[in-house]
Design a protein around this ligand. Structure first.
Ligand code: F6P
Length: 544
């Protein structure tokens, strides 16, 4: 944190000493209007943060951090195309990818990026039309029935998650699959159900050097060539990358290469041609709706007043839970089967962006940054890990996401889903005291001895903070806005923590060691530099 922000945080810490140990039950009892004071709507969305352990006064003081940390200045730098990703010397202009054509230029290194952005979108649209219209034919003249996206991290998680999220909008005939893992089981199980004649691969990699993706692409190419010959590659492989030289070297026709730019971070790239498998899965009109939703959230973030600004509110609440209440994690609990992959997607967005140890000056940070994000679709999580949230004694801020309307309307399901979602946040907030449990068990006719025995097990401390985001329904526009909401939340947090959210040096060291270990495992290099544990593991695998 910069000294001014750190100073403001220390003052806030002192001022909230009593409040921080308060119970949510008492906060609700003290203010009948608590929901009205601590909830906000945007279009037909509702964000209820009244079950967070925060008062309106504290929120007002947290809002002060926005100016102190100079969030407006950083937003301006981002929009101006400055190299705010300073450790890689890059801008972060993902907002350009969803800006509509009629709006003004977005400048980067002295030129407007919008013509290239819109041109690539057009190219995606033409390609999707050719696939959907069955004009694009494989090497044997048959239309494409299956798309396999090969990519990892940002080149996989966004389109994969959104393809599942928008299942209700899927193209009726085209099937889209995703392969990411270096483990051959991933590719092999997908290919087992496919025919080379009707399969098209998208090799998606910003760098086109990522080991997992290159290995999977080489194996997929081998599978295709064995069946249809080398000549088939041009009709069955397309690529999405910033590295068109490597794409050409792989043997992919430059005509079939879609590009994006170094000012798009991997985890911010769903909006670029990395979204191609999604555009194929749900159609380009729906993909454009996703972009429109994200753009609407951009505009909201840039212009909404403090108390109504959703990314700002979510960021301040996370700062509160992390740096003031000491929570080291946050559970993301979408009560939506379609949003089942959202926790995984946000793990990369939030933890790869803000899991940092040094500030923008390279100095060791003196505050906690991104909490561990975890979660699972409700109600499945209720039957797995909610026990720990209710009675495990840890502080677990929870974030519920639920839609007013279902995306698959089976009679009897949605009311129960809503009831479960709201009941969980109520139980986490309220808890149940020993006295209440005792009274309830006694009223049920249980013998006094049994009541005394069981009441401690059946009591709940409550006071577990939560936010509920109530969405109208899960459609492309809403999903786009939801993802952009999290992108901006992450950005605000990074500014307050004074870190660069756009680099990811932490993942490099492991990659480097893996390349050094590979020849040792293959038996072509000695392993005497290894520690005894690593050497022991390698030795145990030799010969297998
Ligand atoms: O995990 C590190 C990372 O660099 C991510 O940031 C990125 O999304 C992923 O690898 C994949 O990279 P690429 O798109 O270059 O294959």
């Amino acid at each position: 944190m910069n000294p001014a922000t750190a100073h403001a945080c220390q003052a806030l810490m002192r001022a909230t000493e009593a409040e921080r140990s308060g119970h949510l039950r008492d906060m609700f009892a003290a203010d009948a209007q608590r929901f009205e004071h601590l909830s906000v709507s945007w279009n037909d969305w509702l964000l209820d943060y009244s079950k967070q352990r925060v008062s309106a006064q504290t929120m007002a003081r947290l809002h002060g951090l926005w100016q102190t940390a100079d969030v407006p200045g950083w937003i301006a730098r981002m929009r101006a195309g400055d190299a705010i990703n300073h450790s890689e010397g890059r801008a972060a202009l993902h907002i350009a990818l969803r800006q509509p054509a009629h709006m003004g230029p977005i400048m980067h290194a002295g030129s407007d990026v919008m013509p290239a952005v819109l041109g690539e979108l057009e190219k995606m649209q033409r390609f999707a039309a050719a696939i959907h219209g069955r004009h694009w034919r494989g090497a044997t003249g048959e239309p494409i029935s299956d798309i396999v996206n090969i990519g990892i991290g940002g080149s996989d998680l966004g389109p994969r998650m959104a393809t599942q999220a928008l299942a209700a909008f899927r193209h009726p005939e085209l099937k889209v699959h995703y392969v990411a893992n270096l483990d051959g089981a991933d590719l092999a199980t997908v290919l087992a159900a496919l025919q080379p004649r009707t399969t098209l691969f998208i090799v998606a990699s910003k760098t086109f050097t990522t080991q997992e993706t290159m290995q999977n692409a080489a194996s997929a190419r081998h599978w295709l060539v064995q069946a249809l010959g080398e000549i088939a590659v041009a009709r069955h492989f397309v690529a999405v990358s910033t590295n068109l030289v490597e794409v050409a070297r792989f043997g992919i026709d430059p005509e079939n290469a879609f590009t994006f730019w170094d000012w798009v971070g991997g985890r911010y790239s769903l909006w670029s041609a990395i979204g191609l498998p999604l555009a194929l899965a749900v159609g380009c009109d729906n993909f454009r709706q996703l972009l429109a939703g994200a753009h609407a959230m951009d505009e909201h973030f840039f212009s909404a007043p403090a108390e109504k600004n959703l990314p700002r509110l979510l960021a301040l609440l996370e700062i509160w839970n992390t740096n003031f209440l000491g929570a080291g994690n946050r559970a993301l609990l979408p009560y939506s089967q379609s949003l089942g992959l959202l926790p995984r997607y946000l793990q990369q967005l939030e933890m790869e962006s803000n899991g940092k140890q040094v500030d923008r000056q390279g100095l060791q940070l003196d505050c906690a940054t991104a909490p561990i994000l975890w979660g699972e679709a409700g109600t499945n999580g209720q039957h797995a890990f909610y026990q720990l949230i209710h009675q495990g004694g840890r502080l677990v801020p929870c974030e519920f996401i639920v839609c007013k309307q279902p995306d698959f309307a089976l009679p009897g399901h949605h009311e129960k889903l809503l009831a479960n979602c709201f009941a969980q946040s109520e139980a986490l907030m309220r808890g149940r005291t020993l006295a209440e449990t005792t009274a309830e068990l006694a009223a049920s006719g249980m013998a006094a001895e049994q009541v005394a025995l069981l009441a401690p097990y059946r009591s709940f401390p409550g006071n577990q903070p939560s936010t509920t985001l109530l969405l109208p329904r899960l459609d492309p526009f809403t999903l786009g806005a939801l993802l952009a909401l999290y992108e901006h939340k992450v950005f605000v947090e990074s500014v307050i923590w004074d870190i660069n959210p756009f680099d990811q040096w932490g993942v490099e060291y492991g990659k480097q060691l893996a390349s050094r270990l590979l020849p040792v495992i293959a038996g072509t290099a000695p392993g005497e530099h290894l520690d005894s544990s690593t050497a022991g593991l390698v030795a145990a695998c030799r010969g297998h």
